[in-house]
Design a protein around this ligand. Structure first.
Ligand code: MN
Length: 329
């Protein structure tokens, strides 16, 4: 990756008139923050911008819409008539949703990302795998792309950095992340407001989800696990499959090495999430169920067995991994 690539990206954006910027499926704070920050920078430069998200934007990030035209949610599910396609925080083309798969005549022009697995989604790419957030990558290149930091751009970027770093506590946070955040605060981002609304505050629905998870929680031999059935969710008005951070919360219990959460999506469809401490590779187990992810955080969606039939099988494989790994520690 050469500095020249940034000049090519700058020229491509300058040439474009109508730019579609894509959030990834199940958008998180880094996705929403990077799309809005880049979109606003392009609007400030006189471009027409389309904000694209196949999935709804979680409520946690709606406060950023106050900076949008008429204070309204600008996201639509598909672009129309765009002459440039940009995908921040998107590590493979299917993460942009079905648009590029359904429309092979279109392709990604510019990809700005921080995922190590990204092999170059765009014709032009700026990928910084050392960076803990796409918003940090954007923060560091916006001046070279010819944009400046307004208050709304700074706020959206800080939202992505805070959420993707778990409020500056992840292992990939480095001093530069804090310097980037400090610059954004200097440019008007309100760190308390952003971290409270986008990161710490949880909805009543999330508390209800946790209530179910807590009541089904089991802990044994370094493994914490819980399950949430469809009936339990729906009885409390929860119709999404978001695990609301509960699997990490279980995993942060003293003495727990690995946590597993089962969410029954439908009668024979179960979503499984794993979290593991360093030394425990939960991706190994997720792979056995056709899932994937990282050593520390993985997931799978299993079709076929009922959730209660699946649980003992998954727990056996997970316990075997814990046993193998403990022997090696
Ligand atoms: Mn990200």
């Amino acid at each position: 990756m050469l500095r020249d690539d940034l000049q090519l990206i700058r020229k491509r954006l300058e040439k474009a008139k109508n730019i579609a910027v894509f959030a990834h499926v199940m958008p998180d704070g880094d996705s929403v923050g990077s799309v809005l920050a880049l979109g606003w920078a392009l609007e400030d430069a006189g471009k027409t911008v389309q904000y694209i998200s196949q999935d709804p934007i979680p409520e946690h990030f709606h406060f950023l819409f106050e900076y949008c035209k008429d204070g309204k949610n600008p996201f639509v599910s598909e672009p129309v008539g765009a002459d440039c396609f940009v995908t921040p925080d998107i590590s493979s083309v299917d993460r942009a949703g079905s648009f590029f798969l359904d429309h092979p005549e279109f392709s990604v022009d510019i990809c700005i990302d921080h995922h190590i697995s990204n092999e170059g989604v765009g014709k032009l790419n700026w990928i910084v795998p050392e960076s803990p957030a796409a918003c940090e990558v954007l923060k560091n290149i916006l001046p070279e792309l010819g944009f400046s930091f307004t208050q709304r751009i700074s706020s959206a970027l800080l939202c992505g950095i805070i959420t993707d770093t778990n409020s500056f506590t992840n292992s990939n946070v480095y001093a530069g992340s804090l310097r980037a955040a400090a610059d954004l605060i200097d440019n008007g981002a309100d760190i308390f407001k952003i971290s409270h609304i986008a990161y710490e505050e949880h909805t009543i629905q999330e508390m209800d989800f946790w209530r179910i998870g807590m009541s089904n929680l089991k802990m044994e031999n370094g493994l914490a696990w819980s399950k949430v059935s469809k009936a339990e969710r729906e009885a409390r008005g929860i119709f999404n499959s978001d695990d609301s951070g509960f699997v990490s919360y279980m995993g942060n219990t003293t003495g727990i090495k690995v946590s597993v959460l089962f969410i029954e999506l439908d009668e024979r469809i179960t979503k499984i999430s794993w979290r593991g401490l360093p030394g425990y590779n939960v991706a190994e187990v997720a792979l056995e169920f056709d899932g994937g992810g990282h050593k520390a955080a993985s997931g799978a969606t299993v079709h076929g067995p009922r959730m209660d039939e699946l649980i003992p099988v998954v727990l056996d494989k997970t316990n075997a991994m814990i046993f193998r790994s403990s022997g090696q520690l």
